[in-house]
Every structure is written in C-alpha cells, then in structure tokens.
Write a protein that binds this ligand. Structure first.
Ligand code: AMP
Length: 170
C-alpha cells in the first residue's frame, strides 16, 4: 500500500493522469479487421482500446493480433481482413480500473503494460492512463527534490494536515 499522502503528492486523483476518451483512438468491436487495421495505422499506436457501439470497453487490439489472424504457416490471407471482425481477434477482458482506484494498482499494471483503461461502474470507457503520463509526473517530482529548498518545503508541507491538498498543486 502507498501512503495516502504520498499518493496525494503524485496525483490527487487518478483522473489527473487520464487521457480522456475523446482523445483516445479506438475501434468498435463490430468493425472488420480492415477497418481496425486502418484506424490502428492512422493512429500510429500499436495497441488501442476496442469499444462497443454504446462506448463500453470490450477489449484491446494490436497490430500483431491482426497480422497473426490473417497469417497461416505459409501465406497471408488478405481476404480474412474483411471476413473477420475486431471482436474475433481482440484481447477481451483487458485490465481496467475505475477513476477512484489507487495509485498502487495503476503502477502495478503499468509495470507490465503500456496503458490501463479507465471505466465507470457500468464499464463505460472514460479514457486511458499511460506509462508515459505517470513517468512524466514522477520525473517532475524527482527533479523537484534536487533543489534543497524545495525538499525542505515539501517535508514541511508533508508534515502538515494540508499536505494532501497542497502537494497536488506542485
Ligand atoms: P505512451 O506511454 O504515451 O507511449 O503510450 C503507451 C500506449 O498507450 C501506446 O503505445 C498506445 O498503445 C496507447 N496510447 C497512448 N495514447 C493513446 C491515444 N491517444 N489513443 C490510443 N492509444 C493510445
């Protein structure tokens, strides 16, 4: 468990890290693999979330999942791009967290994967938290501690009841 004050120092709430759904490239589970491939290629990301038509989180899909789905041992069957749907090849049940989750959960997930999906209580997709978002914040905080005056200020703040609030404004 991460101490609540340390957690507040890094982020007052996990939504501070989140890239909101409107800014996240995604595909719909009913799309064909052709469409999925097109969107993935245009997004410049190797893996993106898969949503239902109702914006619920259904899975994640990557370039390699699509390529594996159309490859046999000795050929690439391009016609399968229009035969198969995204939902046929996506990874369903991706790791997801809710907005009120703890920093420790997010950090644990980000050890093994590049991003974590954020959903509400109805599994509606809210956005993603990426490794980069978290690394940027931690790097910022670690650089602050290279300034002795700042370290003293942080310690003082940390010792007061106001710490949780004040740290979030660093
Ligand atoms: P980053 O930590 O910024 O390198 O992002 C990690 C991963 O999160 C990327 O490789 C993508 O799979 C995913 N990702 C980041 N930003 C977006 C976005 N705007 N839309 C869709 N996926 C994203």
């Amino acid at each position: 468990m991460i101490h609540p004050k340390i957690e507040a120092l890094v982020a007052s709430k996990m939504l501070d890290f989140m890239i909101p759904a409107d800014n996240v490239a995604n595909v719909i589970d009913q799309h064909t693999l052709s469409t999925g491939l097109l969107i993935l290629t245009q997004s410049n990301y190797t893996m993106i979330p898969v949503l239902s038509a109702e914006s619920k989180l259904m899975g994640v899909i990557s370039m390699s999942m699509i390529i594996k789905a159309v490859m046999t041992v000795d050929a690439i069957e391009m016609e399968r791009l229009d035969e198969l749907k995204v939902r046929d090849v996506m990874l369903s049940q991706p790791v997801r967290v809710q907005a009120n989750c703890h920093l420790a959960d997010v950090l644990n997930y980000l050890i093994d994967q590049n991003f974590v999906c954020v959903v509400d209580g109805d599994n509606r997709f809210l956005g993603i938290i990426t490794r980069k978002n978290v690394m940027q914040r931690l790097t910022h905080l670690l650089h602050l501690t290279s300034n002795p005056g700042e370290v003293a200020r942080l310690i003082k703040l940390f010792e007061t009841a106001e710490a949780a609030v004040s740290y979030t404004h660093l």
